[in-house]
Write a protein of this length. Sequence first.
Length: 128
Amino acid sequence: MKPRLLVVDDDPMMLELLVTRLELAGYAVSTARDGLEALRRVHECRPQALILDINMPRLDGFGVLEQLNTSRWPVLVLTARNQTQDVQRAISLGARDFLSKPFKDNQLLLRVARLLRTGSAETNAVVI
């Protein structure tokens, strides 16, 4: 069975790019276009991990992290926001990893594989 991911991003082109890259790498990918939809979809599609943007309408990525049980669903934050305070806030809210846009495909795939490998047993965030 393919590992299940939920990708959350409001940019349709970024969402399409992420889905394509991840599906080609062998993942089953579901999507959401904002934080409110993400909170609903996480219960519907039961992903093993999330890839989450920060800047989104209705409920941003920080709001999702505040409401999500990140010990059950590990999160990789993937965003253009890369200020130190953004990284620190995401990690303090339970994100396991943080990757800035633009990114290289191999970076994304390595981070997702590590996120799934560590799963809910790992509680320490890794930020590079």
